[in-house]
Design a protein around this ligand. Structure first.
Ligand code: EPU
Length: 419
């Protein structure tokens, strides 16, 4: 297993380009199953998660071609069964359920397990399919959904922790081929859901309200092929903004949608960093002593849970007492123990991390536990004195395209060591 070695304390400057969004690309790749015709997707990031999704599509019978960031998928025929071996590597593979149900009127997909950031149920996805007229059975570790026909319905997808992103995607992908009108209340309004809805509309779907809490879907008989550019990855952008804040002298991110990362730029402005934006770029630079912050994760447009760990890393060396409350995945704090090993002072009080800023962190061998926690450890390593060795780098490769190379371009002393 590869490791990443970081020699901390070197300041970052310059500019990098942000890749296409992982969390947009995954459901959009799944949506290509909804048509027999070829779909062409640009700016699909080169990540292990997108590779897993392409493997699933191929297993289901689709022809896939990949040439750098452009992926062409042609699912002339599709199977409706995705077994454990194929889907177990990635929780997001659950989002093939919706398109398979829409197209084949039946689907069997191995049930995703819990993961390090929490329990991760799919009850709301299943509730949505049932409302469209599908029968749902969970047996032998698989979830099986089937319906002689799908009929439009009014569905509320809001759960205990707010809207569900992949649940909204899944029900949306089934509803586009249902008879009649479907209304999804309590829908997720994340930019990735909007990107999926835009792609589906290019395929001939009739969806209104994307980006709001209410989606209205007029079912159509069939969809056709389409070409689409995946939106920039707002979480990769947020992670590099925090890198720029933690030890930058002026870091510019190109190819971003500034509006998508305004919760992060607002938080950094509140901490005292200077943020400058154009229509497609954001620059972060220091602006005097940084301030402590109190923040809570929320569904979009609030502060994203996928940036909570990285923010913990930044605030661990910000003078004063900061607090971060995790409202989406209350157990998503595996990075805390590792950051403490690097000298951070933080305590968990329920779902809140209380952080007493320290003057310096120290390099240490640390272990990545999930994607965003790993990113937080890399960020802490950039600031720490001495060498930080981050193991289990495969977590990072799931969701960051060339993280080490991009940080090197900005001046970080970072190298990947092949095991
Ligand atoms: N939930 C339920 N029932 C459901 C589905 C979700 O109770 O049927 C709960 C979850 O347990 C959680 C909350 O609802 O408390 C929100 O979860 P959501 O369904 O929105 O998460 P997701 O769709 O499975 C996506 C991203 C995650 C991101 C979350 C929240 C993808 C592939 N994954 O997951 O991204 O944290 O939305 O924004 O889009 C990451 O990229 O590192 C990552 C984990």
């Amino acid at each position: 297993m590869d490791k990443i070695l970081i020699h901390g304390g070197h300041s970052l400057s310059g500019s990098i380009k942000i890749s296409g969004s992982k969390n947009s690309a995954l459901p959009i790749l799944a949506a290509t199953l909804l048509t027999r015709e070829p779909c062409i997707l640009h700016r699909v990031p080169d990540l292990s998660d997108t590779h897993y999704m392409l493997q699933i599509l191929m297993h289901l019978g689709a022809e896939v071609e990949r040439a750098s960031g452009t992926v062409t998928v042609k699912a002339e025929k599709t199977e409706s069964v995705a077994p454990y071996d194929v889907v177990r590597k990635m929780r997001a593979s659950v989002c093939v359920l919706g398109p398979l149900l829409g197209r084949c009127k039946e689907a069997t997909v191995s049930l995703p397990g819990g993961c390090i950031i929490g329990d991760r149920p799919i009850d709301l996805h299943l509730k949505g399919f049932e409302a469209l007229g599908a029968a749902v059975r969970v047996e032998n570790g698989n979830v099986k959904v089937f319906a002689p026909k799908l009929a439009g319905a009014v569905i509320n997808l809001r759960g205990k922790f707010g809207p569900t992103v992949l649940g909204t995607d899944n029900v949306l992908m089934a509803a586009v081929l249902a008879e009649g009108t479907t209304v999804i209340e309590g829908a997720a309004s994340e930019p990735e859901v909007v990107d999926l809805a835009n792609f589906l509309n290019k395929m001939g779907a009739k969806i209104e309200g994307a980006g709001t809490r209410r989606l209205i879907i007029e079912g159509v008989a069939e969809l056709h092929g389409a070409e689409h550019d995946i939106i920039p990855d707002r979480i990769e952008a947020g992670t590099f903004l925090v890198a720029g804040a933690i030890c930058g002298k002026g870091v510019t991110l190109k190819r971003v949608v500034p509006e998508h990362i305004s919760a992060v730029t607002n938080a950094l402005t509140q901490c005292g960093y200077r943020i400058e934006t154009t229509d497609r770029s954001v620059t972060v630079s220091p602006n005097g002593e940084a301030q402590a912050l109190e923040i809570a994760t929320e569904p979009y447009p609030g502060f994203p849970t996928d940036m909570q760990a990285q923010m913990c890393a930044l605030l661990s060396t910000t003078k004063g007492i900061s607090a971060i409350t995790e409202n989406i995945f209350p157990q998503r704090y595996m990075h805390v123990a590792e950051l403490k090993r690097m000298g951070a002072h933080m305590q968990l009080e329920g779902a809140t991390a209380v952080i007493q800023g320290v003057e310096r962190l120290f390099g240490a061998p640390v272990m990545a536990s999930d994607l965003r926690a790993s990113a937080a450890l890399v960020l802490a390593g950039l600031k720490a004195e001495g060498q930080t060795e981050v193991s289990r780098v495969y977590h990072i490769d799931r969701g960051y395209e060339h993280l080490d190379e991009k940080l090197s371009e900005l001046g970080a002393h970072i190298e990947r060591v092949k095991a």
